[in-house]
Write a protein that binds this ligand. Structure first.
Ligand SMILES: *[C@@H]1O[C@H](CO)[C@@H](O)[C@H](O)[C@H]1NC(C)=O
Ligand SMILES: [Zn+2]
Length: 382
């Protein structure tokens, strides 16, 4: 509904349509996966790196399946009960790839809680909110590699073979999750902060929302919207008053963390990315990567976040997209070539008496290359 993760329409975008895209859902079904098994597999990834297992209380008291006897808020979340012992997840887990990734995401929060549990309560938090969102996602960047899926029996051996075309399909599917998310992750709080600043009045909530959606994200509503509608309120984090910029930050810094851990693990060679590309790195069972991650997590919010970041990034104290670019480099190369071949224009443009053209955020430019159609804006803007 939000066009925040586009990987569910990846079949439309695959660079190599004759090669398979990798889907673990059939294997999850065939092997009769349960919610508990998904959680155990996730926990095993953390412990394989020397990180902490989930405590007994976690297993006793978490809700990992949708209860049959009552209605609950199913939006997945992780909780620190602040007594250094009680940590829980609440998730109505489905047997899908998406939920498999969400399990790792939520467990990343709990792993962070556990690592900083002995700090003073004031420091039991992420170095910044983006760090908290990034922990589980960093783990997932290894988990979802075809190489790792073969290791844990969710893809057949043949899927693990080196094949640059399968690689491109995989990278496109990852880009549809990770890159397509960025404009969405950014605009939610741009809209909300402008409401808080009084720059967006209550009589313009919805049109200003759709203005950002079209300008920043390049999407249109499927039918005519008006101020009778309040579309932002249908997003959980708006209705539940949960800040959103942390996700935008996370989607950038998680690639910096991934690069740092993969380099430490010897799974990525920045000098020879063709032999060991960043997107193919799996830090499973790697104690060096585990120790480094642990060192960062244990600091909680006791130091300014750039200091915490520097612990694992060999001194880099800035958030930047260079790691994200490195990760997607083969796809970027392919997109440049493919767009040249088809004479595709970059970006999208709003028509209807508005002469501004919308250029993509520079960090997204390579993804935008795919959008060739000029959007036909048929809704009254503010
Ligand atoms: C977890 O549940 C088991 C079985 O009900 C119980 O014996 C055990 O004491 C519980 N552990 C904790 C830490 O709550
Ligand atoms: Zn989260």
């Amino acid at each position: 509904m939000w066009a925040q993760d586009w990987s569910n329409v990846k079949d439309l975008f695959l660079p190599c349509k004759n090669k398979p895209s990798l889907d673990i859902a059939p294997a999850l079904r065939e092997q009769n996966y349960t919610a508990e098994r998904m959680f155990r597999v996730s926990e095993e990834f953390f412990t394989s790196m020397g990180l902490s297992p989930m405590p007994e209380k976690f297993w006793n008291l978490s809700i990992i399946e949708k209860p049959k006897d009552r209605t609950i808020v199913c939006h997945a979340s992780a909780w620190d009960f602040c007594d250094s012992k009680d940590f829980r997840i609440k998730q109505c887990t489905d047997m899908t790839m998406e939920d498999f990734v969400t399990v790792h995401h939520e467990m990343g929060h709990v792993e962070y809680y556990i690592q900083y549990k002995d700090l003073h309560i004031a420091f039991r938090d992420g170095a910044n909110p983006g760090f908290h969102e990034a922990v589980g996602d960093v783990i997932s960047l290894s988990v979802v590699t075809p190489k790792h899926m073969v290791k844990i029996g969710l893809l057949s051996d043949s899927a693990g073979k080196k094949d640059s075309e399968v690689d491109l399909n995989y990278l496109m599917s990852q880009a549809l999750s990770k890159v397509a998310f960025l404009p969405f992750g950014y605009l939610i709080d741009v809209w909300r902060w402008n409401v808080f600043r009084g720059k967006i009045s209550s009589s313009h909530y919805n049109c200003e929302w759709w203005k950002l959606r079209s300008e920043v994200q390049g999407v249109q509503p499927p039918n005519i919207r008006s101020e009778e509608d309040f579309d932002p309120g249908a997003k959980y984090h708006i209705a539940a008053n949960v800040p959103y910029m942390s996700y935008f930050v996370s989607y950038i810094i998680q690639f910096q963390f991934h690069r740092a851990l993969c380099t430490a693990a010897g799974e990525y060679d920045p000098k020879n990315p063709l032999a060991k590309p960043l997107h193919d790195c799996d830090i499973y069972r790697n104690k060096k990567a585990g120790d480094l991650l642990k060192e960062m997590l244990r600091l909680g919010s006791s130091k300014p976040w750039p200091d915490v970041m520097a612990v694992i990034t060999e001194g880099n104290r800035r958030m930047d997209v260079s790691a994200l670019r490195e990760y997607f480099q083969p796809l970027e190369n392919w997109l440049r070539k493919d767009n040249k071949k088809h004479g595709a224009a970059v970006g999208w443009k709003l028509s209807k008496n508005r002469s501004y053209s919308v250029s993509c955020m520079s960090l997204l430019f390579f993804f935008c290359l795919q959008f060739t159609d000029v959007l036909d804006w048929s809704v009254e803007l503010c």
